[in-house]
Design a protein around this ligand. Sequence first.
Ligand code: ADP
Ligand code: MG
Length: 731
Amino acid sequence: MKEILKVENVCKYYGKEKVLNDISFSLNEGETLCIIGPSGSGKSTLLRCINNLEKIDNGTVKIDENYLIKDGKYSDKEVIKKINMNTRMVFQDFNLFPHISVLENITFAQEKVLKRSKEEAKEIAIKMLKKIGLEEKKEMYPCNLSGGQKQRVAIARCLAMDSKLLCMDEPTSALDPELVGEVLKVIKELSNENKTMIIVTHEIAFAREVADKIIFMDNGQIIESGKEVIDNPKNERTKEFLKRFNYNKGEKKMNIENIEPKEVFKYFKQISDIPRNSANEKNIRDYIVEFAKKRGLSYYTDEYYNVIVTKPADEEYKEYDTLAFQAHLDMVCEKTTTSTHDFTKDPISLIVEEDYIRADNTTLGADNGAGVSLMLALLDSNIKMPKLECIFTVQEETTMIGVKEIDINKISAKRIISLDCGKEGKMIISSANCMEWYGKINIEYDKKVQLEDYYIYNLEYSNFRGGHSGGNIADVTRGNPIKLGAQVLNEIDKVKIIDISSSGKVNVIPREFKVQFAVEKNSFDVSKIEDILLKQRENFNNENIVFEKVKNIDKNLKVMDSDVSERVIKFMYDFNNGALNFDSEKNQILSANLGAVNIVDNYIRIDYSLRSNNTKLKQDYLEKLKEQVKENKLEIIWSQELYGFEPDYNSNLVKYVSDLYKKNNNKKIEKIITQGVLEGGFFKKRMENVDYIAIGPNTFDVHSPRERLSISSMERMWNLVKEIVQIDFNK
Ligand code: ADP
Ligand code: MG
């Protein structure tokens, strides 16, 4: 068998820290090697060294026939160039070029690096796209693909380069759990086809299945390797690590308190035992107060059950600024239809599966229990740090009363780090201002209508995808059935509405819309309407659009007059909906959602919300809106305004935390401008000059019984916050 890779005595330092300590192994052609191990153990560094993305300090790496480095001495440029052609790397977060199509992503390096002709590159690209099952997406841009599809494209891009060795660094850990499978399937096929690969992964069951060889790393060293590492670990550290994956000799459920970092998961377990539905935070508040008392920490609490716990500065950090962390105590309580869980008294049962913690058919409460436990662990740790203020708020998931009412004079920090981001590798630097209102049009009936002169039609849209009006509105493939209905109604003259309704509410993209209306017989071109509907069905890939004439007409049917009907229709048709404005980085910063249209008492109510991350844009838009409202003779009822905050690109908090992340992870933290509403908007509104960001470990499917928390991500987040508290922000 031919050896493709030889690694001998490789050492690598970052400053004084030895992150790779005498690493040796080899890999034959056609073999799949999986590397497992806790976070920070050096797995990524090893892959980066082999791919010549990082400098090796000592040792030997030979790929195919050529040495990258031999006994600490790098080969000549020409040789290294050859080697660079022979290795490829797939990254956790895909690294696709956003501004070119899927196809161009795959042809680009073929043309630039391998000097293939355009035609040849395209032919190979299409072959690879077929292989991963995404040929039909070739003209799309990466932003229109799901995470799983993006990663498959990233893999195809590597395959097109015909390299001898393919390395993948946690290829599935940035994906929502339901998308992991499609990527693993592609990798498994490659393994079956004897592609030579190294895969760093937390998917232990997968590693066990595909690997010809497994390496367990800890602390920069190979602790053990072989085919049997997962099924039959010899070393204590391997056994300890594998415990969390339930692969330790049939041990099914493991005690979460034994999972690293224990100092954090200990608290996650404790708070999971305390029911904490929104508006039911007294018990969890009492627990936090008790925690503070036991440790002699001062605290403040109020009638809403907000708590602030303060830890004094250690001597060496007396001169540093006070730093605040923030998380919310309440959780969304959802369960499956079969669950008998009682959220008012039952503890959440925690189940560990591979790298994830989930609950037993209920929400987990990692949103935001993950943040709460990180804060408790910080308060409890004996790391030296400046004065720390931990802010625990209430009812974030519902009324936001906690952050609206908390006594901000009790907070002395000028910097607040929220732990409620939910995605590692991302930092929220702006949240949306959200204005919610509804328009009222009083109903008047047309009593003169002779029904025998009219046809009555039903127009119905159902099974649209809906979604969150902040997070999903830019996704035009979802469609807004109310807008689609308005498009049809707008084509017909003298419509008289009989009934109108939709699903949803102001902050949700509707999934259904129904209208029944009357028009004079033969007064419009039905085929034109059919054409529009055909296009709509095609565009949204949805057959559930029905247009039909009503056969049996109830003689007592009441019909609204044309003026009222027209105003309603014009209103639905005219008003902007969807993503309305983007900043120079393509972040969505203004959006509107036509959330619902329904008959309430004697009027038609149209729910509408506007989200903005930029005050000027919002004001301009509201001016325009005022005119439209006047034109349509609408009565507007403002429901509420939820505050947002604009990005501050000069903030030290943003800068220093980003730098730290970059140093630890070798990649930039992604700065997010969210159209969601965060507590930060209120802190920033109420506290002058406060700096605010949100970060946090990876959680998935929050607010649903499938909610999960990534254990390895929590571990990395713990390492990060421990370092954040050491930052001198005045430097
Ligand atoms: P893994 O991939 O196993 O999680 P890494 O290879 O990313 O681990 O990191 C190994 C160690 O090297 C960690 O202690 C990490 O903090 C450190 N490290 C990684 N990259 C850098 C860097 N660019 N500068 C300084 N230290 C780094
Ligand atoms: Mg890594």
